[in-house]
Design a protein around this ligand. Structure first.
Ligand code: FAD
Ligand code: DHB
Length: 389
C-alpha cells in the first residue's frame, strides 16, 4: 500500500490534518490504535479559540459547531469566594466557543468517512521506518496480518504516549517537562450548567472549574492529589467538594445529578524540540502537553496541523520545501506562548503541596492585579481567546 501522508493517530490533530489535506487533493491514510467508539468515548477539552473555529470552517466540518456551539464573551475567576467577570469581548472584541472535543472528533470522522479517505482503526504495533530517507514507511498489524504503508511523509499525531516521538533517536530530540503534583477529577452530568459562562475557582482546598457542553449538559472539575483513585469519589463526595471551593451563589445554584462520566486527568507541561526529523513531523499532544487550566491543548493541536497542512500543500503544489523546513520553528514559537500561559494559569489557580502563606498572598495579588488593571485583564483575554503564531 502507498499514500502521500501517513498519519498516526485519529485524535483531533490527525483527523483535522487528514481533512485539510483531503480537501487539497492530497491522499492520506490514518492509522489508529483504538476503535472508533473508543476514541469517541473520551471526554476531554471543551473550549475552542476563534482560530480553531476558522480552521474547522476551512475544513468544511463546522455546520454542527455553528448550530450547537455556545459563544462565550468571557469567563469568571473566583478567588476564595470573590468572583470577577472578565468580558473578553468588551476588552478586545474576541470570544470563545464552547463545543466538546468529542463533537469536533465526531464531525471530522463523519466527513472523513463520507469522503472515502482511508482510516484503519485497531491498527496494532505501528512502527515507523526510514524517515531519515526519502522513502519512509510505516508497518502495522491488522487482524493479526502485517502490512506496510509506503509514503512521502509521516505525521505523528498519536498523542503523548504514542509511537512517533518514541521512534526518534534520543540524541536528536530535547524534552522539556514539568509534572504537577495533582490531577483534575472531572464529571459529566445531564443537568443545566450552574452559570452562563465558565467559572475558574481558586480555593485553599484546591482548584475547581464549572464548565459545560450544552444548555442541558455540564462538566465540572476539582483538583485532586496526583495519586487519587476515581473509585474513591462518589457523586455526593464530588458535589460536596465542588460546593466548598466556589462562591456561595454558585454553590446554591448548582443543579446536581448522577454523573455519566467520571475520570482523573494528570497535569503536565511538556515540549519536544524540534518537531521535524527528516520526513517525520510531530503535531498535537505527540509534540507537547499543556496543563488544561488555560484550555489550550486542543487549540494548539489544531494550530499545529493548520501549519503542517499548509506546509504539505505548498510542497505538493509548488515543490517548495520552505514550509516543511520552517514548520518546527513556526509552531514552537506559538507552543511556548501557550505553555507559558497554561503554566501561569495553573500556578495562580491551584493549591500546591508547598503553597505557604506567602505564596497564597502572591496568588491573591495576581487576582487583585487582574481585577484592577485593564492591561492585565486584556493580556488574560488575548491569551485565553487565542495566541499569535
Ligand atoms: P489525542 O487526542 O491524544 O489523539 C492521539 C490518538 O493517537 C489517539 O486516538 C490514540 O489512541 C492514538 N494513538 C496513540 N498511540 C498510537 C499508536 N502507537 N498507534 C496508533 N495510534 C496511536 N485539553 C483541554 O484543553 N481541556 C481539557 O479539559 C482537557 N482534558 C484532557 C483530559 C485527558 C485525560 C487528556 C489525555 C487530555 C486532555 N486535554 C484537555 C488535552 C486535549 O484533549 C488534547 O490536547 C488533544 O486531545 C490533543 O489531540 P491530539 O490529536 O494531539 O492527541
Ligand atoms: C474545559 C476544560 C478545560 O481545561 C478548560 O480550561 C475549560 C473547559 C471543559 O472540559 O469544558
Amino acid at each position: 500500500m502507498r499514500t502521500k501522508v501517513a498519519i498516526i493517530g485519529a485524535g483531533p490533530a490527525g483527523l483535522l490534518l487528514g481533512r485539510l489535506l483531503d480537501k487539497a487533493g492530497i491522499e492520506t491514510v490514518i492509522l489508529e490504535r483504538r476503535s472508533q467508539d473508543y476514541v469517541l468515548g473520551r471526554i476531554r477539552a471543551g473550549v475552542l479559540e476563534q482560530g480553531t473555529v476558522e480552521l474547522l470552517d476551512k475544513a468544511g466540518v463546522s455546520e454542527r459547531l455553528h448550530a450547537d456551539g455556545l459563544i462565550h464573551d468571557g469567563v469568571e475567576l473566583c478567588f476564595d469566594g470573590d468572583k470577577h467577570r472578565f468580558n473578553f469581548h468588551e476588552l478586545i472584541g474576541r470570544t470563545v466557543t464552547v463545543y466538546g472535543q468529542t463533537e469536533v472528533t465526531r464531525d471530522l470522522m463523519q466527513a472523513r468517512d463520507a469522503s472515502g479517505a482511508k482510516t484503519i482503526y485497531e491498527a496494532e504495533n505501528v512502527s515507523l521506518h526510514d524517515f531519515d530517507s526519502d522513502k519512509p514507511k510505516v508497518r502495522y498489524l491488522k487482524d493479526g496480518v502485517e502490512h506496510e504503508l509506503a509514503c512521502d511523509f509521516i505525521a505523528g499525531c498519536d498523542g503523548y504516549h504514542g509511537v512517533a516521538r518514541a521512534s526518534v533517536p534520543a540524541g536528536s530530540i530535547r524534552k522539556f517537562e514539568r509534572v504537577y503534583p495533582f490531577g483534575w477529577l472531572g464529571i459529566l452530568v445531564d443537568r443545566p450548567p450552574v452559570a452562563e459562562e465558565l467559572i475558574y475557582a481558586h480555593h485553599e482546598r484546591g482548584f475547581a472549574l464549572c464548565s459545560m457542553r450544552s444548555p442541558t449538559r455540564s462538566r465540572y472539575y476539582v483538583q485532586v492529589p496526583a495519586d487519587e483513585q476515581v473509585q474513591e469519589w462518589s457523586d455526593d463526595r464530588f458535589w460536596d467538594e465542588l460546593r466548598r471551593r466556589v462562591d456561595e451563589e454558585t454553590a446554591d445554584n448548582l443543579v446536581t445529578g448522577p454523573s455519566i462520566e467520571k475520570s482523573i486527568a494528570p497535569l503536565r507541561s511538556f515540549v519536544a524540540e524540534p518537531l521535524r526529523f527528516g520526513r517525520l513531523f510531530l503535531a498535537g499532544d505527540a509534540a507537547h502537553i499543556v496543563p488544561p487550566t488555560g484550555a489550550k491543548g486542543l487549540n494548539l493541536a489544531a494550530s499545529d496541523v493548520g501549519a503542517l497542512a499548509e506546509a504539505f500543500i505548498a510542497f505538493y503544489a509548488e515543490r517548495s520545501s520552505a514550509g516543511i523546513d520552517g514548520y518546527s520553528a513556526r509552531v514552537l514559537s506559538r507552543i511556548w506562548k501557550a505553555e507559558r500561559f497554561s503554566w501561569w494559569m495553573t500556578s495562580i489557580l491551584h493549591t500546591f503541596p508547598d503553597t505557604d502563606a506567602f505564596s497564597r498572598r502572591i496568588q491573591r495579588a495576581e487576582f487583585d492585579y487582574l481585577r484592577s488593571s485593564e492591561a492585565a485583564a486584556r493580556s488574560l483575554a488575548e491569551n485565553y481567546t487565542g495566541l499569535p503564531m
